[in-house]
Design a protein around this ligand. Structure first.
Ligand code: B12
Ligand code: SF4
Length: 451
């Protein structure tokens, strides 16, 4: 059977301005990659695409089944656009949708109506067949140098704003042996856990001990937990912090979702991490805002984080029921209203306060990263640094040097234009690392000529 796997053209963030410790990255349609592997094992022919592709673009592949994934509920429009498109392109194919949005919204009237309209089937939650398979990274164009995996599913907590325990109602855990076998089989030196609560795994200590000495291709493996760590569990067993450090977990994040009363607890959790050897500036604290803690108290939370020297991963609350979110960061002058996106007015949040908090969190992170009071030039340099990182060409010269050189300004401008073009078209960025200055100039000039 021919099966087409489709990831809608989700608007993955193009700016990294708002990120702390690289939170907004590492997007791979992991569910589809596992489903693809499962179907291949059944002898099916499988193809993965992103967004709406013409018949020619998919080499006249004739799918009998089309599997479309979904992610954040407020990105539902991208799912239905994709469904509509493929329904027209392949009127006879069986279309199935699944993933986070589908699981959280399948009972709403809007969902049911659209599913009827486009004649699609849906499947909620985790797909047990796919779970027995590893993601097939060969389905993706370009190199994915990390492995996304789950060490556990579900969560022991029931936070009011969170959907994980609805998406993964059953708690399941992998033990050290299963985890080691999986990593060795995939053979990558970077592993990202998508676990909701890594430390809630009863096998955690055994896992952390075992992965310390793990070598892939003769090199150690580094780890990250995308959703951070449960600080309360860390405080209950402080030796875990040392174990995480030894096991090469980086981009460490804990959450401070409740109000100011928890400041002491959070500090204690941070101290465990500092004692384990994590520099404070490399630690980030997730903070939900536009939620039950009012703006004024959120500012105080920021002040605490400044005192502690840690970054903030600011998370704007969007209700799980939201099927859309049109918040535009660029609309700070004109502002937006509750018609555009969810504003938690109940405790006094407003568009102005939301934008102000975001801005302060961003400036806070720049200060922490560069260990210097914030000024506009640092932000400018930080943005240029991100562009340089995009092309893998290291650190840019100092901002004063750039500002005094027409040549450097022109180069930054060209690189920015090129970066936007690559991002807009979802193209894999070119690696300019080993190209000489002359080579980079040629590359940029050719690009401009083509433009
Ligand atoms: C990893 C993660 C992230 C990562 C990356 C996500 C990614 N995929 O690239 C990052 C860090 C970027 C992230 C960011 C945010 N996240 Co997040 N994230 C998650 C997490 C932990 C996993 C999501 C995921 O990718 N799962 C991988 C899935 C798709 O793979 P899988 O589970 O193996 O797939 C199985 C099934 O889903 C199914 N399946 C999947 N597709 C299909 C298709 C078909 C046809 C079928 C049959 C089956 C099927 O089968 C698969 C195999 O078993 C979830 C929580 C959760 N447990 O789901 C929250 C979650 C999705 N995030 C959430 C939120 C709120 C956010 C933020 C908004 C936080 C914030 N305020 O800043 C940001 C949003 C950033 C943005 N750009 O808008 C919410 C979403 C709420 C909502 N309204 O949708 C969740 C649910 C957590 C929560 N707190 O409730 N997130
Ligand atoms: S601890 Fe995290 S994953 Fe678990 S319910 Fe709370 S917010 Fe969700």
């Amino acid at each position: 059977m021919h099966i087409l796997l489709v990831e809608p053209n989700f608007p993955y963030p193009t700016k990294s301005k708002n990120k702390a410790n690289g939170v907004h990255k590492n997007f791979v349609p992991i569910g589809l990659l596992k489903l693809g592997n499962y179907h291949k094992s059944l002898g099916d022919k499988v193809k993965l695409v992103r967004g709406k592709k013409t018949k020619k673009e998919i080499d006249y592949f004739k799918p009998v089944k089309i599997l479309i994934t979904s992610l954040f509920t407020y990105w539902s429009k991208y799912v239905w656009d994709t469904v509509e498109y493929y329904r027209k392109l392949f009127p006879k194919a069986k279309i199935i949708i699944g993933g986070v949005y589908v699981t959280l919204h399948h009972e709403t009237e809007e969902f049911k109506n659209l599913a009827r309209k486009y004649k699609v089937n849906y499947e909620k939650g985790v797909n047990q067949n796919a779970e027995n398979f590893l993601p097939d990274y060969s389905l993706i164009e370009g190199k994915i140098d990390y492995h996304v995996m789950h060490g556990m599913r579900g969560c022991i907590r029931r936070c009011k704003f969170c959907g994980t325990w609805k998406i993964e109602p059953k708690m399941t855990y992998k033990n050290a042996d299963e985890i080691i076998k999986e990593i060795i089989k995939v053979g990558k030196n970077r592993v990202i856990f998508y676990d909701n609560n890594f430390l809630a795994n009863p096998h955690k200590k055994e896992i952390l001990k075992e992965i310390v000495n793990l070598r892939i291709n003769g090199r150690p493996v580094s780890f990250e937990s995308q959703s951070g760590f449960d600080g309360r569990l860390l405080s209950a067993e402080p030796d875990l912090a040392v174990m995480l450090k030894k096991a090469r977990f980086y981009n460490i994040r804990i959450a401070w979702d409740n109000d100011l009363k928890d400041a002491k607890l959070i500090k204690k959790q941070l101290v465990h991490l500092l004692k384990a050897g994590y520099p404070s500036k490399d630690i980030a604290v997730f903070m939900i805002y536009n939620f039950d803690t009012p703006y004024e108290a959120m500012l105080k939370k920021l002040e605490y984080c400044k005192k502690w020297g840690v970054q903030v991963a600011d998370c704007r609350y969007r209700p799980l029921e939201s099927a859309s979110d049109n918040f535009q960061p660029s609309m700070w002058r004109r502002g937006q209203t509750e018609k555009d996106y969810y504003i938690h007015t109940k405790v006094g949040w407003s568009d102005t306060k939301i934008r102000d908090f975001r801005k302060r969190a961003r400036q806070h992170n720049i200060e922490i990263r560069y260990d210097h009071p914030y000024n506009k030039k640092m932000e400018k340099w930080s943005a240029i640094h991100n562009t340089f990182k995009f092309f893998k060409i290291g650190r840019p010269p100092q901002i004063n040097k750039i500002e005094n050189s027409k040549f450097l300004q022109m180069r930054v401008d060209l690189l920015n234009r090129l970066k936007n073009l690559y991002k807009k078209n979802n193209l894999e960025p070119p690696n300019l690392k080993n190209i000489s200055i002359k080579g980079i100039n040629e590359f940029l000039n050719n690009f401009i000529k083509r433009e």
